[in-house]
Structures are given as structure tokens and as C-alpha cells.
Design a protein around this ligand. Structure first.
Ligand SMILES: [Zn+2]
Length: 159
């Protein structure tokens, strides 16, 4: 999870929502990813999708059957779906995402017994570090937006 946090910090330094992910196979990291949605202007540029793509390249298969995925934030519906599609058997997550998470918050795509595959899920690993980074990011974003709004106001009413 520390490695996933390093990835999240890369997203943070780009001004992206800080979410990071790594995929481990036989004790080795074979895929890394961080959120680049705005940078790449792509809905698909989530940390997990990038890491899955890289891991599949290393393994040489779309199936990642002996892998563990570490994510700083509970995955969205797209990424939880991709995790199940990739047959990743173990998911370790940092903090939960009550408004959008599909690893137990809004939905539980990862452990749904109606699908043909389920993942074993561990929650709350380095939770405070993972959520702390997000809290910091959003606090700074609000502050930036407030400043911009004030600057716009000043520009609208020149003295
Ligand atoms: Zn996602």
C-alpha cells in the first residue's frame, strides 16, 4: 500500500485526485498506475485500469489470476468491473468512497456472489494516509476555487 500511495502522490503532483494502485505477483510489483483523468482527458485513465494494462503486458495474459491489487481508494464501478474481469483474486484497499465506491459502499461488485468470479477484499489498510492525501487535495482545491472566484469578481468590477 505504501507503493500505491507513492503512485497517488504522482497524481497529486499533477493536480489530479490522488489515487494510486499497484498490482503484485509473486512478491513483485508488475503494474503501477495513478489517476490521470484530466491530464489524459480520458475516463479510462483511472489508476486501476492503467495498472491492470501494465500487469497484463508483463504476465502476457488478460487473466491476472495470481495477483493482488492494492488501491488507495475503493474502486469505482468501472475499475471494480475490470478487477473482476481480470480475475484478480485479492483486492486490498485503503479508504472507502461512500459516494462512488463499488467495493462495498454504493455497490459491491467485487464480492457479488451472482457473478462467476469474486475477489477477497481487505479494507482499511493505511486508511488514514490514503484518506489524508485526498482530504488535503480537496481542501486545496476548494481554496484555489475560492481564490479564483474572488479574482474573477475583482476583474468584473474594475475600479
Ligand atoms: Zn475507477
Amino acid at each position: 500500500m505504501k507503493e500505491a500511495l507513492k503512485q497517488a502522490k504522482k497524481a497529486y503532483s499533477l493536480g489530479e485526485v490522488p489515487i494510486g494502485c499497484v498490482i503484485v505477483h509473486e512478491g513483485k510489483i508488475i503494474g503501477r498506475g495513478y489517476n490521470r483523468r484530466n491530464t489524459d482527458k480520458s475516463t479510462l485513465a483511472h489508476a486501476e485500469i492503467t495498472a491492470i494494462r501494465k500487469a497484463s503486458k508483463v504476465i502476457g495474459d488478460w487473466r491476472l489470476e495470481e495477483c493482488t491489487i492494492y488501491i488507495t481508494l475503493e474502486p469505482c464501478q468501472m475499475c471494480a468491473g475490470a478487477i473482476i474481469q481480470a480475475r484478480i483474486p485479492e483486492v486490498v484497499m485503503g479508504c472507502m468512497n461512500p459516494k462512488a465506491g463499488c467495493g462495498g459502499s454504493v455497490l459491491n461488485i467485487l464480492e457479488n456472489p451472482q457473478f462467476n468470479h469474486q475477489a477477497a477484499v481487505t479494507r482499511g489498510i493505511l486508511e488514514e494516509e490514503c484518506s489524508g492525501l485526498l482530504t488535503l487535495f480537496f481542501a486545496e482545491l476548494r481554496e484555489r476555487n475560492k481564490l479564483e472566484k474572488e479574482q474573477r469578481k475583482t476583474a468584473d468590477f474594475p475600479k
